[in-house]
Design a protein around this ligand. Structure first.
Ligand SMILES: [Zn+2]
Length: 288
């Protein structure tokens, strides 16, 4: 066993035992053995296992000061599909807000990586197709293929399944936070339940905090290994009730942590949910 491999295992033991992820010593985007989930920014993660390489909510630009965004060096490599960001075969986006996706950046990636498919809501696909056509027009390059875009119909409380080799993704129709307000009511926010490498990973986007939003999916019977949730779920009584009664994940990872006042936010998260892992620095990871 090499020192690197040994140090990875030790790092993971620390990560698991302490419930707090550490930043990996190996380069950003480097693929480890097994299943690796790596934090990129805000709610953005990469998921790597075997031949499956997924980016979820990980392609976005500077949007508002309170939100972390994909670091510019990484975004540039994603847009141009350069190593190690040229390996992705599946691009997922929870919803069309600027702290979760950028239509032009995704269109650029798809144009430069014909192996990648975007599977998402009508709202996301429509914006990316518009950006794709503008890009093809302005660069004179061939637009990415229609087969790189797969639409999933978003309906509240309903789910739909997408399957690939060694991969199953269940798209959960969840309402977005503040769903009572007109500006948020019609946002097509998807949760993703991803079965990969014998594990079940749940990412809920910016789901609204109320039990009925989650109750129809039978998630409590799924035996979820890791749930990635906005940190405010861990700070709220209703959020913790959903985590404990509806999601019942073995590991809860807090995401969407703002860059300002971060150490206090992390302390508050761990005070109210001591077993949580917090993703706040690019490169933090879980490995199975
Ligand atoms: Zn949002």
């Amino acid at each position: 066993m090499s020192m690197l491999r040994l140090s990875i295992i030790l790092l993971l033991l620390v990560t698991t035992v302490c419930g707090q992820a550490d930043r990996g010593d190996f380069g950003p985007g480097t693929v480890q053995d097994g299943l690796t989930i790596k934090y990129i920014a805000n709610e953005g993660i990469s998921i790597d296992s075997g031949s499956n390489h997924i980016l979820l909510d990980a392609i976005h630009r500077r949007y508002k000061p309170e939100y972390a965004f994909t670091p510019e060096d990484i975004l540039s490599k994603i847009e141009s599909s350069r190593y190690p960001y040229n390996r992705f075969n599946l691009i997922l986006v929870s919803h069309n807000h600027g702290d979760h996706f950028n239509a032009e950046s995704i269109a650029m990636h798809l144009m430069n990586n014909s192996s990648a498919t975007l599977v998402s809501s009508d709202q996301v696909i429509d914006e990316v197709l518009k950006a794709r056509d503008e890009l093809a027009g302005s660069t004179g390059r061939k637009a990415s293929s229609p087969s790189q875009f797969i639409r999933i119909k978003h309906e509240w409380k309903k789910s739909a399944v997408y399957e690939g080799e060694g991969l199953k993704v269940r798209f959960l129709g969840l309402l977005h936070a503040n769903s009572k307000l007109p500006a948020y009511r019609d946002i097509q926010n998807f949760g993703h339940l991803i079965e990969i490498d014998g594990k079940k990973l749940l990412h809920i986007g910016d789901a609204d905090i109320f039990t009925e939003n989650f109750g129809s999916f039978g998630l409590e019977n799924e035996v979820i290994d890791v749930a990635f949730v906005p940190y405010w779920f861990l700070l709220s009584k209703d959020g913790r009730a959903i985590l404990n009664k509806e999601l019942k994940a073995k590991t809860v990872v807090a995401i969407h942590v703002p860059p300002t006042g971060q150490s206090k936010t992390i302390r508050d998260i761990l005070d109210s949910f001591p077993s949580a892992v917090v993703f706040s620095e690019q490169g933090e990871m879980l490995n199975y």
